[in-house]
Design a protein around this ligand. Structure first.
Ligand code: SAH
Length: 469
């Protein structure tokens, strides 16, 4: 697996400045230990006019098998021994870039800081790059990012032309760009082309993707394909990543407030907060966690109550939390009040010890944002692991939708809702949870309780049966 990076002299200095940018001296070969092999950096060419650095990965096939087996890989053993992994550019290359060229990737350069910011004439070649999706897809990935793209395909076997092309290509990219931008693009897109990450993909991968891809990925025409493949086609993760990636787009006030507008003059959200605060106070809760807190409407209402000592807002979306911090004016808040609020990123579908020790947990208009298959994880995280004395859940009552004139028949209230429940469905779900986890449950209407279709919002208040645990 080989990557070469070439630059030429500019009026900023000689081509050999590449050595400073990479933090690797052009006059020596340097080797680095990686989890499954070695990386070597050397310079086949280093003159003032033109300088080329090479990153060669020497992966140990047996090490790869060992680590695959340690991870409990279930594929046949033979595929561990006989595969292309040691020879092709894949997610190992990303690992090597992040380990061996860490400062260059992050855009810092101790000795020549200005150089890291500069656009330089760069050319990179990645040999033996598996390209699922073919040349067209390779171009669709790199051309929108401003590269001149050259793709050389290789015959599967040079002596048997009729066997056709192999799926490996040699990719060359040229651009006047910052080195860190180029490395970041490779870091994300090489594994996307390979479409076969060597390690298990979990939620941290979303953070990595958004950290590396955040800005350019947002506007990339292939952002969905990139995200899907980067996250190994895991639908839940992909959807979460895309929704975090596109969150800013929801700032379009048209879209954001469509739900509120539709809910009409009753100002349902205000009534909802009032109903929840009442349930919390009635239950005697002093420490309250709001999961899926969004922009912090409930937090704000709770902070107005002197008997509430502590409020925690948790949301999966960092953007939502930033907006919550702004709307609550956390920065300007008086120290005493500030000490009562905490915001944190997290998912209410994960058993999270940070949710323990609260008197009440509220999940307001948020369960309908979960995939139905994640409801069980939510139930266990909240009712079994956190298990507070009081849980308040609200969700739309789908029967009421016919009363919203602007809502086309059969449509859900918000584009991100995965489902909306009838009153009977919500009651059945709540009753089963209460039974299983030892709670009593009451149902309360929020908004006008229409005699025929019920209230727009339904609320369940769960109280744990036994005393403190
Ligand atoms: N409770 C707020 C926001 C409701 S919108 C209110 O009533 O105003 C739903 C919120 O749930 C969004 O902010 C979304 O980011 C968040 N969310 C979705 N899935 C989540 C999960 N698994 N864990 C925590 N928050 C989640």
């Amino acid at each position: 697996m080989l990557l070469t990076l070439t630059t030429t002299a500019t009026d900023r200095g000689p081509a050999t400045d590449l050595g400073y940018l990479l933090g690797k001296n052009p006059s020596r070969v340097q080797s680095f230990e990686l989890p499954s092999g070695k990386a070597h950096v050397f310079y086949p060419e280093a003159t003032a006019e033109r300088c080329t650095a090479a990153l060669l990965l020497d992966l140990d096939p047996l090490d790869l098998v060992r680590s695959a087996r340690k991870r409990g890989a279930s594929q046949g053993l033979l595929t561990h021994y006989v595969n292309d992994r040691p020879y092709v550019a894949s997610s190992f290359l990303s690992v090597a870039i992040s380990r061996v060229l860490r400062s260059a990737l992050s855009g810092s350069c101790r000795e020549r800081p200005a150089l890291a910011e500069a656009e330089l004439p760069l050319e990179v070649t990645v040999a033996a790059l598996p390209a699922r999706g073919g040349e067209g897809f390779v171009r669709a990935l790199f051309e929108p990012l401003g590269y001149e793209v050259e793709v050389a395909t290789e015959p599967l076997d040079p002596t048997f032309a009729e066997w056709g092309e192999s799926r490996y290509v040699t990719l060359t990219l040229r651009a006047n760009t910052r080195l860190s931008a180029l490395l970041t693009h490779l870091y994300v897109l090489v594994p996307v082309l390979d479409d076969d990450k060597h390690y298990w993909v979990g939620r941290e991968e979303i953070d990595k993707l958004l950290e590396k891809g955040g800005e350019w990925l947002k506007g990339h025409p292939e952002r969905e394909a990139i995200t899907r493949r980067y996250l190994k086609r895991q639908r839940g993760l992909t959807r979460e990543a895309l929704s975090r990636l596109t969150e800013g787009e929801d700032e379009d006030p048209e879209k954001e407030h469509a739900e509120a507008r539709m809910e009409g003059p009753i100002k349902l959200s205000t009534q909802r907060m009032a109903a929840v605060v009442a349930a919390v106070l009635e239950g005697g809760a002093k420490r309250v966690a709001d999961v899926g807190c969004g922009e912090g409407r409930l937090l704000r209402a709770l902070l107005k109550e002197p008997s509430i000592e502590k409020v925690l807002g948790m949301d999966v979306s960092v953007r939502a939390l930033e907006r919550a911090a702004q709307r609550l004016r956390l920065n300007e808040m008086h120290e005493r009040k500030r000490a009562r609020v905490e915001l944190m990123q997290g998912s209410m579908t994960y058993r999270d010890r940070r949710l323990q020790g609260y008197d009440a947990i509220c999940a307001i208009e948020v369960v309908e944002h979960l995939e139905p298959s994640r409801l069980e994880a939510f139930a266990r995280a909240i009712f079994e692991t956190a298990a507070p004395p009081l849980v308040v859940v609200t969700t739309p009552n789908v029967e009421h939708n016919v009363r919203f004139e602007s809502l086309p028949a059969g449509r859900l209230r918000h584009h991100d809702h995965r489902f909306e429940w009838t009153r009977a469905e919500f009651r059945a779900w709540a009753a089963e949870l209460a039974e299983r986890f030892g709670y009593e449950v009451r149902h309360l209407p929020v908004g006008t309780d229409d005699p025929e279709v019920g209230p727009p919002t339904q609320m369940a208040v769960f109280e744990r049966k036994e005393g403190p645990r």
